[in-house]
Every structure is written in structure tokens, then in C-alpha cells.
Design a protein around this ligand. Structure first.
Ligand code: NDP
Length: 293
């Protein structure tokens, strides 16, 4: 069994990005700049945004964090999005989700200039990805692809079972795993909460991608010997033995599943760190105007 070590890969990628930024600066160019809008004080969102800002600092990107009060109007948020769309010093930006209930997430996502949509959530980027055109790939699916590539995991002709159909993970990764590409060419089965006989489907999978949000739901008896298992799930589970009172659990019961796998991602330290790296890579692409030529 080989661990798909996202922590290590992200560390290596971070160093490479830092060198690239250093070269840009040595040539007298400005650094790439990522902005983030954070509305309210959701604990998990704060953590994710802080990771992104820290990563910007680590690789030498410029970063702007726009913290907005939970009670701001949708109109005000849309004005901020427009301001970032027009700011020539900002290459890409994200609006951290979820947004408060009174704000329409879809409207906000649609307002982002697709050329600056480094999260890859805008329908233009989703559509371009679907058609095989250059696009900002959503960060988590992009991170999964980088792990598969780095560890030379063979995907062509394999049966890939994806559990989850969210817009940010399940749907896009199903498109990417099925596309005609060296990191794709899978036969994909997409599962969700209404899937009948999920266990049977999982047992027939060469590659399992779990993006469910149900801690440790996937157990050893659901996995084929030698399968590749990618665990996207991140859930806080109460744990009185921890100082902060919780631990982070994936969707896969790691201890029992890992011995059966050919490759597996740990949680934490698997897909999560690669998600942040992907955002940085998308920002460099925005800076270099590589996506929309
Ligand atoms: P969503 O809640 O948007 O989607 C969850 C999906 O899982 C849905 O499609 C749902 O089906 C399906 N599902 C839920 N319960 C079951 C079940 N019992 N059996 C089969 N399918 C089920 O979640 P996200 O895609 O946003 O995130 C999934 C997980 O990944 C979360 O734990 C999240 O925190 C984590 N995450 C991790 C990231 C990282 O960087 N590592 C990035 C993004 C997310 P249905 O559509 O029918 O409701």
C-alpha cells in the first residue's frame, strides 16, 4: 500500500512555486496576487481562508483578504466582486463559501469575471472544462489529478466510482476522470444519497473517490483488494482525547481500508493540502493569462 501524500507533494509544489515567483520578481515583475472575500465568521471558512492567505505568503504571492460583516447586503457583496473584477493588480479571487442564507450564492458566483475565477466555479469555466477547453479547474478535483499524476496512478480503462455529486467536487471530478486524457479515460459510476446498492458499486471499483461528508462511512468490506482510494471528506468529529475537543475524519475508515488498497489518501494530509496548491496554480495561470488566450 502506498500513501498518496498530499502534505509532501504540496510542500514540494510550494517550493517550486516560491522559486517561480522569485524569478518573476528578479525580472522586475510584480508577484501574482490572489484576493479572497470572507463574509461572516464561520469557523471552518476562517480556517480555509487563513490557509490560503498563509500559502500566498509562503510562495511570495500578494494577497488581499476582504473580511465582510455577516449582515452585509447582497448588493454590497456584488459591488465588491465588481471592484475585484476591475482591479488590474488582482489576478484572481475567490468568494469563500458558504455565504449567509440571505445572499444568493449562484448570483455571486455568476458575477465573478470567469478570467479571475480561480476557484473554477463559474459556469463558463465549468462549461469549458466539460468541453475540454482550457479552464480553471475547480481546486479540489485539480488537486486529486495532481496526486494521481505525481504517483503515476494508472487510470485508463479503470472503473472509477465517485460518491458525491456536488458542484465543487463530485460533478467536476466525474467529468475529469471520464475525459479522454492521460489522467482520465476511466469508466465512471457516479453515486449519491439515492444510489441503490452503493456497497456493490464500491466493491466493483478500481478507483474510489469519496466526497460525501459522512465520517468513516466507507469500510473495508466495501472496497476491492488493490483499489485506489481518494478520500475528500473532511468532518470534525468530537474527540475528548484531543485538546480542541475534536479530530478531523475522512469519509473512509482509514485503518481498515488502507491495508487493502494499492494507494490511499490520508485525512488530513491527502487531498486537502493539494486543494490549496491548486488554487495557487490557478492564480499563476491567471497572472500569466494562460487559460483564456
Ligand atoms: P456536499 O454536501 O455538497 O455533497 C455531498 C454529496 O454526498 C452529495 O452528492 C450527497 O448526495 C452525497 N451523499 C451524502 N450522504 C450520502 C450517503 N449516505 N450515501 C451516498 N451519497 C451520499 O459536499 P461537498 O462535495 O462540498 O464535500 C464533501 C466532503 O468533502 C465534505 O466532507 C467536505 O468538507 C469535504 N471537502 C473537502 C475538500 C478538501 O479540500 N479536501 C474540499 C471540498 C470539500 P445527494 O446529492 O443525493 O444529496
Amino acid at each position: 500500500m502506498q500513501i498518496l501524500d498530499g502534505k509532501l507533494l504540496s510542500k514540494n509544489n510550494k517550493e517550486e512555486l516560491a522559486i517561480e515567483v522569485k524569478h518573476l520578481k528578479n525580472e522586475g515583475k510584480r508577484a501574482p496576487h490572489l484576493a479572497a472575500i470572507l463574509v461572516g465568521h464561520d469557523g471552518a471558512s476562517e480556517t480555509y481562508v487563513n490557509h490560503k492567505v498563509k500559502m500566498c505568503n509562503d510562495v511570495g504571492f500578494g494577497s488581499t483578504l476582504l473580511r465582510l460583516d455577516e449582515n452585509i447586503s447582497e448588493e454590497f457583496l456584488l459591488e465588491q466582486v465588481e471592484r475585484l473584477n476591475n482591479d488590474i493588480d488582482i489576478d484572481g479571487f475567490i468568494v469563500q463559501l458558504p455565504l449567509p442564507a440571505h445572499i444568493n450564492e449562484r448570483k455571486v458566483t455568476l458575477a465573478i469575471d470567469p478570467k479571475k475565477d480561480v476557484d473554477g466555479f463559474h459556469p463558463v469555466n465549468m462549461g469549458r472544462m466539460l468541453l475540454g477547453l482550457s479552464a480553471y479547474l475547480p481546486a479540489t478535483p485539480y488537486g486529486i489529478l495532481q496526486l494521481l499524476e505525481a504517483y503515476e496512478v494508472k487510470t485508463s480503462g479503470k472503473h472509477c466510482v465517485i460518491v458525491g455529486r456536488s458542484n465543487i467536487v463530485g460533478k467536476p471530478i466525474s467529468v475529469l476522470m471520464a475525459r479522454n486524457h492521460a489522467l482520465g479515460n476511466c469508466t465512471v459510476t457516479q453515486c449519491h444519497s439515492k444510489t441503490i446498492d452503493l456497497e456493490e458499486k464500491l466493491k466493483s471499483a478500481d478507483i474510489v473517490i469519496a466526497a460525501i461528508g459522512q465520517p468513516e462511512m466507507i469500510k473495508a468490506d466495501m472496497i476491492k483488494e488493490g483499489a485506489v482510494v481518494i478520500d475528500v471528506g473532511i468532518t470534525r468529529v468530537e474527540d475528548s482525547s484531543k485538546k480542541n475537543g475534536y479530530r478531523i475524519a475522512g469519509d473512509v475508515h482509514y485503518e481498515s481500508v488502507a491495508p487493502k488498497c494499492s494507494y490511499i489518501t490520508p485525512v488530513p494530509g491527502g487531498v486537502g493540502p493539494m486543494t490549496v496548491i491548486s488554487l495557487m496554480k490557478n492564480t499563476i495561470k491567471a497572472y500569466k493569462k494562460q487559460v483564456y488566450k
